[in-house]
Write a protein that binds this ligand. Structure first.
Ligand code: SF4
Length: 354
């Protein structure tokens, strides 16, 4: 089924042999040697890493993962943490709905399920924040279920191995089918991680290291000389640019005027500077109250999934005795810049450096 001359078993065996010698050392991973010695992955750590890795790179996730597991070593301890504290520690990872779902999921697992994660893909799907991909990854890695785990790295390896020329995203169904056909019943968790590692370290997007690849013999794209062109993608529409204004105000004693953003929507539940809506036309620059507002030179630029954002930062000293009608004053001693999501932190840094 795989190539005219290489069987599925050979591909799996060669890949697992490569993984045994080359697996990445990741803080949430039980490596092949430890696993062979009988150590089992902790489903809590696998789940936490998989949620953090949604839309975020391994290099960024590493420190967050270590800090979270130091603060909350078990799902029960994470479940008991105040949501605002978890959101604060999450700041910088982006996609804050993930952090809110993280807390919800921990509370379901710790409360309704006695601290144990379901051990199948179907059982995991439907927990807060766990979709089909994350469920398959946890089921395979934590519980050795033979589930196909197809992230962007794995899509690239498969598209090249089988020389699939259909562009993404239309090729997704075929790639998933190929992954499922390859997935072995013995060591499926290691197989899933081996595919990810191969895509991340050898079968890289621009210059795949085919000479050191364990799949070079059966790889159709390598023999056709088309590896660097695959996978194909339908060209994305450029992201629109939105603009807004944030208002940073400080009282005489150093307290800062902040708000908590609405639960629903972008950066839901996070701390932020009061400001205008973000739209594609010029924002309304009517100040929220009378003060000597100044516009900072420079601007904040931030990219979200669906748009680029450009923020103007305006600042003022609060009038004596000012009581905000919206938001709240945070005393200087209680304010932690790390509690701000990245875009708000950028505005703070611009203001600090004025
Ligand atoms: Fe990727 Fe090259 Fe290996 Fe094929 S031989 S899977 S293109 S690194």
């Amino acid at each position: 089924m795989c190539t005219p001359t290489t069987s599925r078993a050979e591909i799996v065996g060669d890949l697992l042999g490569w993984y045994d010698a080359n697996a990445r050392d990741l803080p949430w991973r039980v490596g092949p040697a430890a696993r062979a010695a009988g150590q089992r992955p902790d489903p809590y750590r696998v789940w936490l890493s998989e949620v953090m890795l949604q839309q975020t790179t391994v290099a960024v996730v590493r420190d967050y993962f270590l800090r979270f597991t130091r603060l909350w070593p078990t799902v029960g301890e994470l479940a008991a943490a105040p949501e605002a504290r978890v959101l604060g520690e999450w700041a910088g990872l982006g996609y804050y709905a993930r952090a809110r779902n993280l807390v919800k999921c921990a509370r379901v697992v710790a409360g309704e399920r006695g601290g144990r994660f379901p051990d199948t893909r179907d059982g995991l799907i439907g927990l807060p924040g766990i979709g089909p991909y994350t469920a398959a990854a946890i089921a395979a890695i934590a519980f050795d279920r033979p589930e196909a785990v197809v992230d962007g790295n794995v899509e690239r390896v498969l598209a090249r191995l089988f020389a699939i020329a259909t562009p993404l995203p239309a090729a997704k169904a075929e790639l998933r089918r190929r992954a499922q056909e390859l997935t072995p019943t013995r060591r499926p968790g290691d197989f899933a991680q081996a595919m990810m590692d191969l895509g991340a370290t050898v079968c890289t997007p621009k210059s795949p290291a085919c000479g050191t690849c364990p799949l070079r013999a059966p790889c159709r794209a390598r023999s056709a000389g088309t590896a660097a062109d695959l996978p194909r993608r339908v060209a994305r529409r450029p992201r629109p640019v939105r603009r807004g204004i944030v208002w940073i105000a400080r009282s005489e004693d150093g307290a800062l005027w902040l708000e908590r953003r609405p639960e629903k929507g972008l950066l839901g539940g996070m701390l932020g500077w009061p400001g205008t809506a973000w739209g594609e036309s010029e924002p309304d620059d009517t100040p929220p109250f009378a003060a000597d507002w100044q516009t900072l030179p420079g601007e904040v630029r931030h990219t979200f999934t669906h748009f680029h954002l450009i923020l103007t930062v305006r600042h003022a000293e609060l009038p004596a005795g000012f009581l905000p009608q919206t938001g709240f004053l945070v005393p200087a001693r209680s304010f932690r810049p790390s509690d701000l999501p990245s875009v708000m932190r950028k505005a703070y840094d611009l203001w600090r450096g004025r």
